[in-house]
Ligand binder design. Structure first.
Ligand SMILES: Cc1ncc(COP(=O)(O)O)c(C=O)c1O
Length: 382
């Protein structure tokens, strides 16, 4: 059996769906673009998405010629809610992208049911949430489509990678038509990716973390390695050449191995998240109500801090990596938001969160060190 077929088999059994409902791509953003193309989304159409996302999401929309219409998020959930969606829907709305930020799905059923009444297609952006649950079902099983990312910091990693799941079988044939046009990754791309996956496996540890991460970011900015986002994707929403790309055998083989460990990592994430929940609650700091994540797994744990630079520096000095998703309503863009048709002033919650958010990794065995650090720096927590 080929690496691709085996990986598809494993993915579909993990997601509890049919193998022919799964399509594999070079990155998650390509899966989103594939769906939009298969739906015939084009100039004059509007696609709703939340402000507090990764820039590659509005990019995929703009690549089709459609207009991204942003919806502000709720500060308690980091996701947009049904009420926000209702205020932005128009007769041009063709698609709504529902994000499960940090792995947390909220109001998906409500938004999908509302969209059904308006004949609007829904796509769940589950890039942070493979393997998580929502309302007793696997994340990404409710909307017409969903997509997942298997990039470095995601629930499980294939270096970079994307999975498309088609729930509405009426669209399988049109997805296949677009999928046929996808190119294969080049030999150079797969070799570089393989080298990065190997380097990560053997060289990345707590001691080497900062040096290697800074080196990787530098090489990505210079376009010398396969990065999460190429510099051109962050500079302007212009379709990069060869964007519609399939996944490689390297990714599939890596994915098959990585999936074996996923259930254990999800349990670790759930346990660790509870530790931070309790600490933040006891200290009257912002935390995500456990009601909202009874049976789901955070990918990373969100905290809000007064001064992000100060807090990150203190953590770095203690050798504790923190994530900074999302530093802007369309991470990691910092200027020229108009190119993405976004007026940041219109989205106060997304703006507020992106000024104060930091994320704690949950897949490490040193959560007590993070907890100690939070206790020591309580004055900085919001
Ligand atoms: C919310 C969100 N959507 C989509 C993506 C795109 O995923 P990928 O990097 O696999 O293209 C990301 C990337 O991290 C993301 O954070």
């Amino acid at each position: 059996m080929s690496a691709v077929s085996l990986y598809k088999q494993k993915i579909s059994s993990a997601l509890n769906c049919q193998e022919d409902e799964v399509f594999l791509y070079w990155k998650g953003r390509v899966a989103l673009y594939t769906v939009l193309k298969a739906l015939g989304v084009t100039k004059g159409d509007e696609v709703l998405l939340q402000a507090f996302t990764c820039v590659v999401v509005p990019n995929a929309i703009i690549y089709t010629g459609a207009t991204p219409i942003y919806v502000d998020v709720k500060t308690e959930t980091f996701n947009m809610g049904l009420e926000g969606v209702k205020t932005r829907v128009s007769d041009k709305t063709k698609v709504v992208v529902i994000q499960n930020t940090f792995g947390l799905s909220t109001e998906v059923e409500e938004i999908v049911n509302y969209c059904k009444t308006k004949e609007i297609i829904c796509i769940e952006d589950c890039t942070h949430g493979f393997g998580g649950m929502y309302n007793e079902k696997s994340n990404g099983s409710i909307a017409d489509f969903s997509f997942y990312s298997t990039q470095w910091n995601k629930p499980f990693s294939t270096g970079v990678g994307g999975v498309l799941r088609v729930n509405n079988r009426d669209y399988i044939e049109s997805i296949k038509q677009v999928d046929k046009q996808a190119v294969q990754p080049s030999i150079k791309e797969t070799l570089v990716l393989n080298a990065l996956i190997t380097a990560r496996k053997y060289l990345l540890n707590d001691t080497t973390y900062w040096v290697l991460i800074k080196l990787y970011r530098r090489l990505t900015a210079l376009n010398l390695v396969v990065g999460s986002s190429s510099p051109e994707e962050i500079e302007a929403p212009k379709l990069p050449e060869g964007f519609l790309k399939k996944s490689s055998a390297v990714q599939c083989k890596t994915g098959v191995k990585a999936l074996v460990k996923l259930p254990e990592i999800i349990e670790l994430r759930k346990r660790t998240a509870k530790v931070f929940d309790v600490f933040l609650k006891e200290n009257n700091k912002c935390f995500v109500s456990s009601e909202l994540h009874k049976n789901h797994s955070f990918l990373i744990y969100p905290i809000l801090v007064k001064d992000r630079e100060v807090f990150m520096k203190r953590a770095e000095d203690m050798g504790l990596p923190l994530g900074d998703w999302f530093i802007s309503p369309i991470h990691p863009v910092k200027e020229h938001f108009e190119m993405w048709q976004l007026n940041t002033d219109d989205f106060p919650n997304a703006n507020y969160l992106s000024k104060h958010i930091l994320n704690i990794p949950l897949d490490k065995s040193n959560s007590e060190k993070y907890l100690f650090f939070l206790k020591e720096n309580k004055d900085q927590l919001i």
